[in-house]
Unconditional design. Structure first.
Lengths: 497, 159
């Protein structure tokens, strides 16, 4: 078997490696996505007090500490058997919307933008944030920076600290919101809505009106008919902070809806000998290998997945965009809901719709009379000893599971982080991209690296916490190996700058 | 010269925490001195590079970044003096979740942000950046006094 190795991946949080195995006739047999695993997180936590977890887990990763912080406090609410006051839940959610706005903005402009705004076939030297700025203009770039800055300010204001926030506690939130703060956040939410519309218009002008991009989006290169996962509210609408986990099948039919605390009954992990990674899949469908379809338990959890599992969006602008996206892609309604979109590159569009939803919901929360209530905490008075907390991280459903002894000392810690959910679908996308570029031993080198990277970049993977792995942008190296494993060709490029 | 000293890294990931630890110790030294020389120096601990680093450096004349590095070419504890353009691939200077340090600087300049005219990177060869823990490898820890004195000297804050 020949092996092509791409190592490491650029513009991806974490040190990754892709292995492409060819069969004897020179076609792609399998693609493997590998990352080195960090060790000892559970050991690091076991023996500590459970209430320390919100400030420990938000240090796992510098990319989405807010998601870990909230999943952690929700797990602690359960572990201590306490129901936070409504105001506390709303403050948590308000902070979370500000986080989603900034995170989705960064991904779209800094990571997705080079592929979509500059173009997948542009020279690598231009396919970066500077190229994006040249295309969208300096004023737009200043809006991106401004959007990040004002939402980080909200996170700091509500969370007590900018990065490693500290305000989340079991039973609520440690600090109420003043009227002055509320009023400022309301203004910021309004600006965010304007910025989200601006970004959707940019996507419309640059991507949707460009037939070449539309061809790329709708081509079969990145189409996988898998199951989808996401949290939904009681009306089956997208919810980032709370709700039931809904899984729909590739036809769009609800497969199961379960409480996050029951995840072990529905999700299990497949282990491959060649990889540190564990591939979550739907236990009640089963593992059939790296294949899609209704008989394969592979599911995706991403912005597109969240929209696919939902019947609608809870805010007006996002709902309008939601309908437009499904109509544009030709999705038909069945039993009152759109059938899933399987074109994975549409995830970038879904991300922008979520950006608008987060901004609109942020405004709803900031204008909710209860948001300034001083009742933000209930003091726990018992220890249940087990808690499972779940939120939607920007990259997918995030679950924290803690168990403690009767004194609240941790005895077990498990996490399924957003990116982990997508290991198998990422593998499918990488394989499909590789198959289009390598046939009968012939390798189309031009754009190979970027087209393969695009396959996983759309999932916005963040491997820092997925594998507790290494951050940093690295140069890209490709090794092509013959059936004996010997490198017969090697090419590399410096950082994609 | 308005200076920021930034310790980059994950505070709970063994040798990756060398940057934040160095920054913390430098902050303590500066606080103890309370001299006019240290008045213009700010110290911060930052987890992620990329655009976040840009936010952190904007408005300063000089930035000193302390980070871990894994080259595998030299023994753990080896200290490298770098510039953003000589070797940007320290552990955390660039966040591949967004952009590299040179890219961040280019972006800052393009947007007319006040970027430091001087950027010094101190990178310390790490032994273990794959295990969670709040302690440093012996050789990495031994490098700390030299790094701290060197950084303070660079900033003109050493007695």
């Amino acid at each position: 078997m020949k092996r092509i190795s791409i190592d490491p991946i650029t513009r991806l949080e974490g040190h990754g490696k892709i292995e492409i195995f060819l069969d004897d006739s020179g076609d792609v047999a399998n693609t493997y996505f590998q990352v080195p695993e960090l060790r000892g997180f559970e050991q690091f936590c076991v023996g500590r007090l459970a209430e320390d977890m919100p400030v420990i887990t938000n240090r796992i990763c510098g990319v989405c500490p807010e998601a870990h912080h909230l999943a952690s406090v929700k797990a602690l609410d359960e572990l201590f058997g306490i129901e936070p006051p409504d105001a506390a839940k709303k403050i948590r959610e308000l902070l979370y919307m500000a986080f989603f706005v900034t995170d989705h903005t960064t991904h779209f402009y800094a990571l997705g933008g080079p592929d979509f705004i500059v173009g997948p076939d542009a020279p690598p030297a231009e396919r970066n944030i500077l190229g994006v700025i040249r295309k969208v203009g300096l004023d737009a770039a200043k809006q991106v920076i401004g959007c990040r800055a004002r939402n980080h300010h909200v996170i700091e204001m509500l969370g007590g600290r900018g990065v490693h926030l500290a305000a989340g506690i079991p039973g609520g939130w440690s600090k109420a919101v003043s009227e002055r703060e509320r009023s400022e956040i309301e203004g910021i939410a309004r600006e965010n809505i304007g910025f989200a519309h601006f970004s959707l218009r940019a996507f419309d002008d640059i991507v949707l009106k460009n037939p070449a991009y539309m061809d790329m989006i709708t081509s079969d290169v990145y189409v996988h008919k898998t199951y989808y996962m996401g949290l939904v509210d009681s009306q089956n609408r997208v919810n980032f902070y709370d709700g039931m986990v809904r899984i729909v099948d590739p036809e769009g039919k609800e497969f199961i809806k379960y409480h996050p605390k029951d995840y072990v009954n529905h999700i299990t992990e497949h282990v491959e000998e060649w990889s540190y990674l564990k591939y979550p899949y739907l236990k009640n469908v089963g593992w059939k290998g790296f294949v899609d379809g209704i008989d394969s338990g592979i599911y995706a959890a991403s912005p597109l997945s969240r929209l696919n599992v939902s019947d609608s969006m809870s805010t007006p602008g996002a709902q309008e965009q939601f309908e437009r996206m499904y109509e544009t892609l030709g999705s038909k309604k069945r039993n009152g809901r759109y059938q899933p979109i399987h074109h994975r590159l549409v995830t970038h569009w879904a991300r922008l719709i979520e950006l608008l939803y987060a901004a609109e919901h942020m405004l709803e929360l900031a204008t909710d009379p209860e948001i300034t209530s001083p009742a933000v905490r209930v003091i726990p008075d018992k220890i249940i000893g087990k808690g499972i907390g779940c939120v939607e991280a920007p990259r997918g459903t995030l679950t924290h599971h803690y168990e403690s002894n009767s004194k609240g000392v941790l005895t077990m810690v498990n996490m399924i982080v957003g990116t982990t959910n997508n290991y198998a679908p990422m593998t499918l996308s990488i394989k499909r991209a590789a198959e289009k570029l390598i046939t009968k031993g012939k390798i189309i080198e031009q754009g190979l690296l970027n087209k393969i990277e695009m396959a996983f970049r759309l999932y916005d993977p963040c491997l820092s916490c997925a594998t507790h792995s290494l951050p940093g942008q690295m140069p890209l190296i490709v090794n092509i190996r013959n059936s004996g494993g010997e490198v017969i060709r090697r090419f590399s490029r410096d950082e994609i700058t | 010269m308005k200076t920021i000293i930034i310790g980059l890294g994950n505070p709970i990931l063994r040798d990756d925490s060398v940057g934040p630890i160095a920054a913390r110790l430098i902050g303590q030294r500066l606080d103890a001195e309370c001299s006019s020389r240290s008045a213009d120096i700010s110290v911060s601990e930052v987890y992620a590079g990329g655009i976040r680093l840009l936010d952190e450096m904007a408005g300063y004349d000089r930035a000193v970044i302390i980070d871990s590095i894994v080259t595998g070419d030299n023994a753990p504890g080896t200290v490298y003096r770098l510039t953003p353009f000589s070797l940007p691939q320290t552990r955390n200077c660039g966040s591949s979740h967004d952009i590299t340090l040179p890219m961040a600087l280019g972006m800052g300049r393009m947007l007319g942000m006040a970027m430091p005219s001087e950027i010094h990177i101190w990178a310390i060869e790490a032994e273990d950046v794959n295990t969670f823990g709040e302690w440093l490898s012996v050789e990495v820890e031994k490098s700390l006094p030299g790094v701290i004195n060197g950084v303070l000297s660079t900033c003109g804050a050493l007695r």
